[in-house]
Ligand binder design. Structure first.
Ligand SMILES: [Zn+2]
Length: 496
């Protein structure tokens, strides 16, 4: 089966407003040349993730093998070629010098020859374009810094090879960003991450990106992974883990995550959050201290809150083109996930989904038995017209189902998605986890972060969040406390 690039192409098309066929041709004609300074700490990990992320776009890739003391080891080159082949066996990477018109991206700090250069610095990243020098690096690059650097570099390449409209994006000339300390200068967070009673809900695009980061951080401790779905062919391009072969084997997504985290003690729940809660209440699994939420809809976010863990770190991707990333930190005492996502918005109806995907007005969708006409398409966004054209003459009410916009197993099967976006959301989550792991009892403020990856992290993207006074977490504190006490009691029993 040919590799399915439809979701990153949908993301590019929605962001840029271009016709899918010409956009695909444009991206396929783009040449991207990668070079790396293997003497920089973290550069090997960064290279592996960068090649995988770029391979998830249908561009032409070449890799500079380096020379002299900066020649890449044969093992690393072999690994990189294997990673790329696991994503798209049909598109090989050329090892050699730069083709004349290629965009040249470099992992390192010497950016004389490259169009774009980036390097991990501790858990953070530094990105530069020509003319903007690098400062001296402060720390050896960590796995988190390496993944974030690869994701940011891919985001910049994405802007260069897709035809985005002016004013819908910003090129990053210079960026210094750490998802642990954010923009503040901060004492050094320890490099090693050890976690106890951590749960990851959702092993999709964001969940596999979290798992990738934990694996390259060489994190230790115990992690419960909850997901009910099977890894399938379209996931190869949008997820951070899992190969073409895994999709052929139809493995549960929890197994893809479990296999990647060999250093951790992994419990798998191939089921729902409710299945996980049943295990907690039965004392067969511990109440998590922290829940990493990697789900894609509001109802599922409310489910995360019902676990009543000490802390929820909820990561998300969304926005019109799926390029916005977010982090919401929630407590059982508030702000909780319901404070961030109030109940009246909890269910996105089939009508709303159709409206969001196509721009067809809700009032028109309400006249569901009337057939779709040319008139209806006039004035819609190009993407909406393209989606609806083939359904002219059909009644509007069944379109959501026909167009596969209804949820299947709780997963919205038609969303723009790209691994480099999910990895930036996952970096915010793991950054928050590290920040909190080493600030256990101080009054760390509750982070709410949101930025569009087409613009990059900005100073004003961080907000404090307080509980909503009419939220369940404020009006039902006694109930929540009782549930938590019960489940914490089960943790004690579990330990005995
Ligand atoms: Zn609340």
């Amino acid at each position: 089966m040919p590799t399915d690039y439809s979701r990153p192409l949908l993301l590019a098309g929605t962001a840029g407003g271009s016709e899918p066929d010409s956009l695909r041709a444009r991206i396929e004609a783009s040449q991207v040349h990668i070079s790396v300074d293997p003497t920089v700490p973290g550069s090997g990990t960064c290279l592996r993730v960068l090649v995988a992320d770029l391979r998830r776009l249908p561009v032409q890739l070449s890799l500079d093998p380096g020379r002299g003391s900066k020649r890449l080891g044969d093992d690393l080159v072999d690994q990189v070629l294997r990673i790329a082949a696991g994503i798209d066996p049909q598109r090989s990477i050329r090892v050699g010098g730069a083709p004349p018109d290629a965009v040249h991206v470099q992992v390192g700090v010497d950016h004389a020859a490259a169009d774009l250069t980036g390097v991990p610095d501790g858990h953070g990243t530094r990105i530069r374009r020509p003319g903007y020098p690098f400062p001296r690096l402060e720390h050896a690059g960590s796995g988190l810094g390496a993944v974030l650097t690869a994701a940011m570099l891919t985001g910049e390449i994405f802007k260069m090879v897709t035809a985005l409209r002016p004013g819908t994006y910003r090129h990053i000339d210079t960026l210094n960003f750490c998802p642990v300390a954010l923009f503040s200068s901060h004492h050094r967070a320890p490099e090693h991450l050890h976690v106890e009673r951590l749960a990851l809900v959702g092993a999709g695009a964001i969940g596999t990106a979290v798992a990738l980061i934990l694996s390259v951080l060489e994190a230790t401790g115990d992690l419960t992974v909850i997901d009910r779905q099977i890894f399938e062919s379209p996931n190869v391009i949008t997820y951070s883990l899992g190969t073409d072969e895994d999709a052929g084997a139809r493995l549960p997504k929890v197994d893809i995550v479990g296999t990647a985290l060999q250093r951790m003690n992994i419990r798998r729940v191939h089921g729902t959050v409710d299945d996980f809660i049943s295990h907690i209440d039965a004392g067969t699994m511990p109440l998590p201290h922290t829940v990493l939420g990697a789900v894609d809809n509001i109802a599922a976010r409310h489910d995360l809150q019902r676990i009543y863990a000490d802390l929820v770190l909820d990561g998300g991707t969304g926005g019109r083109a799926g390029t916005t990333v977010s982090l919401h930190e929630a407590l059982p005492t508030g702000p909780c996930m319901r404070c961030y996502f109030p109940t009246n918005n909890a269910t996105v109806t089939a009508e709303q989904r159709l409206h969001q995907a196509t721009g067809l007005p809700l009032a028109r969708i309400a006249q569901g038995d009337q057939a779709l006409t040319e008139d209806d398409l006039r004035g819609l966004p190009r993407q909406g017209r393209r989606l609806l054209e083939q359904h002219l003459g059909k009644p509007v009410c069944g379109l959501g189902r026909v167009m596969n916009l209804t949820t299947v197993n709780g997963d919205n099967s038609y969303q723009p998605s790209a691994a480099f976006v999910a990895q930036q959301a996952a970096s915010l989550m793991v950054g928050a986890l590290i920040a909190r792991a080493h600030n256990e009892d101080s009054n760390v403020r509750m982070r709410q972060i949101e930025y569009d990856t087409l613009y990059g992290p900005q100073l004003d993207m961080i907000d404090d969040r307080r509980p909503r006074s009419d939220c369940y977490c404020q009006t039902s504190q006694d109930v929540i406390r009782a549930v938590r006490n019960e489940r914490l009691g089960a943790v004690e029993a579990y330990r005995l």
